[in-house]
Design a protein around this ligand. Sequence first.
Ligand code: NAD
Length: 326
Amino acid sequence: MPRSVVTGGAGFLGSHLCERLLAEGHDVLCLDNLDTGSLQNIEHIRDSAFEFRNVDVVEAVEVSGAVANVFHLASPASPIDYLRLPLHTLKVGSYGTHHALGLAKFKRARFLLASTSEVYGDPEVHPQPETYWGNVNPIGPRGVYDESKRYGEAMTMAYHRQQGVDTAIARIFNTYGPRMRPNDGRAVPTFLRQAMLDKPLTVFGDGSQTRSFCYVDDLVEGLIRLAFSGEHTPVNLGNPAELSLRELAEVVIEVTGAKSIIVHQALPLDDPKVRQPDIAKAVRLLGWEPSIELRDGLARVWQHERHTQNHAVTGLRSGVPLEPTT
Ligand code: NAD
């Protein structure tokens, strides 16, 4: 059986990717230091083809045996996390990516970097195609994440061009689904948690800033197709259906039937005003486009959260502030 290494495999996206790879018949080695991930995300995986190791990829990545694919997802991903862990975020994007690429080189494996739409910063081009170079503030609070991913992309291309490593770069746009932490500060889990308690949904600014939300199953399908393609340059993966944060809050209230009202809070520094992927390249190269509509996806997450312990009330009791950031 082919073997895949997934760094960050105990996180939100990583755990779904591990499940999908197992379903595709891969052996999966999940490397994660549980900084922002959790064993809860993978405890249901009872498969002898699955192995978890508590490893910090900033320190080293040593793996024995053959490896066909390296998926490098390890990184703080939510603003709450990377603002709390700024140096670690830079290190995981630099040393961590270097170690993961070194593993792929040594094993002659196909490497996939989980990059982000944040490489486009506060975009002046809309929607954002892969050819857009971005508008990032390197010294703002979000710069640690944005620049870490931009550096990771540069290193990935250098390993490809100079060392001949077979690499891929996925520029992932906002993705949501089961197993997001209710208190991780991202808009969808925050709104759902607030809706579950009939609390006000907190929208930043006037809520006119836009985002595009992709359901996790669609995103994982895109990652798989990209990983098994021959493409080396960045590919946007996200749902192009764009809506404002205010509209998202309204849809959450509609889908959940919550009695919540919408309240507004100050806009964080450098919060992008618009965000929408141009997915023409993914459609053309991978035959991929999202198929799960927002209301359907939100209803699935709502069902999941209501039937697990990882639900809204647990998040609220943790005392973490409720502000959504995307
Ligand atoms: P997440 O926080 O749930 O998962 C990240 C995982 O990486 C966690 O399990 C964490 O413990 C692990 N990790 C962090 N530092 C590590 C280290 N030094 N060594 C080993 N493991 C480490 O976040 P996510 O939403 O699942 O994001 C996964 C990846 O996808 C990230 O690289 C993120 O930048 C990227 N991404 C996600 C989104 C999204 O909407 N979810 C959007 C764009 C990009």
